[in-house]
Design a protein around this ligand. Structure first.
Ligand code: CA
Length: 240
């Protein structure tokens, strides 16, 4: 059914090492993606204004404007706020990784990376960003998730979530009141086929909380259970 096939996802590769761009383009196209490329941060912003990629592979160290700055701008603009971003970098420090995730990247890869791992992460992130088969509405307290429209509201206020936070909240809404360990959340939301550090879960929980609790005095519906994990419920948070 050719006409029912959705358009091939478009991946924007932002990378200043030409041989790496060639290699990535070749392999991404072989996997069935369309590819556009930018050699520096400024060019990336121009392309993002003109086209609508489904995912960005973003190098950290770039001429003119760093990957970190590009990521910040992506998150600031309404058009690209929810766009999946994978940071690719030669810097492998844990602090860098957390910093990359904190400024809004959805995933993080350290150079030199293995090609199968990169492709697995691209696949996983696009899957998180496009929950195509999901239909219906999930609710909990004053949170409403419309899976058909891919929209979340709290007290009729629109909540903007990245693809990972969306899946995380969806999973919680499907299992309210249950406590999940970081490993269980990783398996449910990220999938079993890629390795993600458990600390990454904390970063995304923090982002989800920040997005949900934008008004002072609003109940924090995500409960941290010390040494156990996280749950969506109405109870008071357990204080250490
Ligand atoms: Ca570079």
């Amino acid at each position: 059914m050719e006409r029912d096939t959705p358009a091939k996802p478009l991946v924007l590769v932002v990378e200043d090492e030409a041989p790496l761009v060639t290699m990535l383009r070749y392999n991404l196209e072989k996997e069935g993606y369309r590819v556009c490329e930018a050699m520096d941060g400024e060019e990336a912003m121009t392309i993002l204004a003109e086209r609508s990629p489904d995912l960005v592979l973003l190098d950290w160290m770039l001429p003119i404007m760093s990957g970190i700055e590009v990521c910040r701008q992506i998150r600031r603009k309404p058009k690209t706020r929810d766009l999946p971003v994978i940071m690719v970098t030669a810097r492998g420090e844990e602090a860098d990784k957390i910093r990359g995730l904190n400024i809004g990247a959805d995933d993080y890869l350290t150079k030199p990376f293995s090609l199968p791992e990169l492709l697995a992460r691209v696949r996983a992130l696009l899957r998180r960003a496009r929950p195509a088969q999901s239909k219906g509405v999930l609710t909990f307290a004053d949170i409403v998730m419309d899976l058909t429209a891919h929209r979340v509201t709290r007290q009729d206020r629109s909540i903007h979530l990245g693809p990972t936070e969306f899946r995380l909240l969806q999973f919680f809404l499907q299992n309210p009141g249950s406590v999940f360990s970081r490993e269980e959340l990783l398996n449910a939301v990220w999938g079993r086929d890629i390795y993600v550090e458990p600390r990454t879960v904390d970063v995304h929980i923090r982002r989800l909380r920040k997005a949900l609790n934008t008004t002072d005095g609003e109940a924090d519906l995500i409960r941290t259970v010390r040494a156990a994990g996280y749950a969506l419920d109405n109870k008071e948070p357990i204080v250490n």
